[in-house]
Design a protein around this ligand. Structure first.
Ligand SMILES: Nc1ncnc2c1ncn2[C@@H]1O[C@H](COP(=O)(O)OP(=O)(O)OP(=O)(O)O)[C@@H](O)[C@H]1O
Ligand SMILES: [Mg+2]
Length: 370
């Protein structure tokens, strides 16, 4: 899968833009505040229909305009697919090959991307909730069913919390309905846990070697910490453990009006020799661990969808020393379309890359270098 063409209208600082890209490496360079990140954000928006740095989608509309339009042509083997998203104050209209798409879950997956941006520090330093959102989006981009089950789970969770509150206030409320909700929550939890376990396992198959190659340090692993402890994932074990815990927690859950275990309480962390990178890793070690996490994800997506996603590196190269920069470049697979932004084109050592196109980003315009 690769992006052949991107067209923007009123997206962030871009008035109109239309550009073709190479299926290998695309390097966008330019001074600060010219539009490099905005451009990658547009591609990211095309994948997830949301931004990773603006909570309010209206911030993506060019100042003093009332809509933006994003068109992306994607090539996948012999097929060309055209996606089009128009966003206004009233909402967004999504089309794939001119056919309207109503549900986000029916859209996600048309364009798969893996982004590496300065904001990604949250994967180590941020809240568990931010890491869960990340997990859900990454798994969701290869599984429509995951998006749907997650949304059912969240709905059930709300119902269950409401019912716990009712039971607390009115001691005559019967527990049978709670048991029904609990049963259904467990059923959805099993699905979510199994997808997350599978995802983390796939990341762990790759991340250790990648990190070793780039930093020389052994034994980086991602540790998944679900709110109930299970060693080996089996449906029966999860079901039994959850039922047992729910039984035990009933009084506390009622008094708090809150479901205290389940996938909405999960977390994961980066460990080297059992030590948490959040606490003892240097800034650079943390950045590289996150980078390897993302590189490991490429194979996960390839396995699930049959093709590599598109990789977006925002400003990664400005932060790394030369040795690590070159090592990273060597890991960029020729079969993966890659977009790199940097303030300095010289960050890209041409010895390590082939088939590269350079683009200058200046004053809200992007031009291909001849
Ligand atoms: N909705 C908007 N309308 C118009 N301009 C905007 C909008 N949102 C952001 N901008 C402007 O776009 C410009 C470019 O931002 P961008 O983040 O893409 O810069 P950059 O090239 O990545 O710079 P840096 O190297 O500092 O990261 C900024 O000056 C910003 O103020
Ligand atoms: Mg930027």
């Amino acid at each position: 899968m690769f992006i052949q063409k991107v067209k923007l209208k009123n997206f962030r600082n871009y008035d109109t833009l239309e550009l073709d890209f190479t299926k290998n490496l695309n390097v966008l360079y330019g001074d600060n505040a010219q539009g490099k990140t905005n451009f990658l954000e547009a591609i990211y928006y095309g994948a997830f229909t949301r931004s990773y740095r603006a909570d309010n989608v209206l911030d993506l509309i060019k100042l003093n305009e009332d809509f933006f339009k994003l068109e992306i042509e994607i090539k996948d083997k012999d097929d060309t697919k055209k996606i089009e998203i128009v966003t206004t104050k009233k909402g967004k209209k999504i089309q794939v090959n001119k056919v309207d798409i109503k549900r986000i879950s029916d859209y996600i997956g048309n364009l798969n991307v893996v982004l590496f941006a300065p904001e990604d520090n949250f994967l180590i330093k941020g809240t568990p909730a931010s890491r869960r959102t990340f997990l859900d989006m990454e798994i969701g981009q290869v599984s429509k069913q995951y998006i749907n089950v997650l949304s059912e789970y969240n709905h059930l969770l709300k119902q269950r919390n409401e019912y716990l509150k009712t039971m607390f206030i009115n001691s005559f409320t019967d527990k049978e309905y709670l048991d029904v909700l609990t049963e259904r929550i467990i059923e959805k939890s099993i699905f979510i846990y199994s997808a997350r376990v599978d995802y983390i396992k796939k990341i762990n198959e790759k991340i250790g070697n990648l990190y070793k190659n780039i930093t020389g340090i052994d034994n980086l692993v991602i540790k998944y910490s679900p709110s109930i402890d299970f060693e080996e994932f089996t449906e029966e074990e999860i079901k039994e453990k959850m039922l047992e815990r729910f039984d035990h927690l009933l009084d506390r859950e009622m008094s708090q009006g809150n479901t205290l275990i389940g996938p909405h309480r999960d977390d994961f962390s980066f460990l080297i020799d059992e030590k948490n990178l959040k606490i003892f890793g240097s800034q650079g070690q943390q950045r590289l661990a996150i980078l390897c996490f993302k590189l490991a994800e490429l194979d996960y997506i390839k396995e699930k969808t049959g093709y590599y996603p598109i990789i977006l590196f925002d400003d990664v190269f400005s932060e790394l020393d030369n040795i690590h920069k070159n090592k990273l470049l060597q890991h960029i697979n020729k079969d993966v379309q890659t977009f790199i932004t940097t303030t300095n084109g010289e960050n890209i050592n041409k010895e390590f890359v082939t088939d590269v196109d350079f683009f200058v980003v200046e004053n809200s315009k992007i031009e291909k270098q001849k």
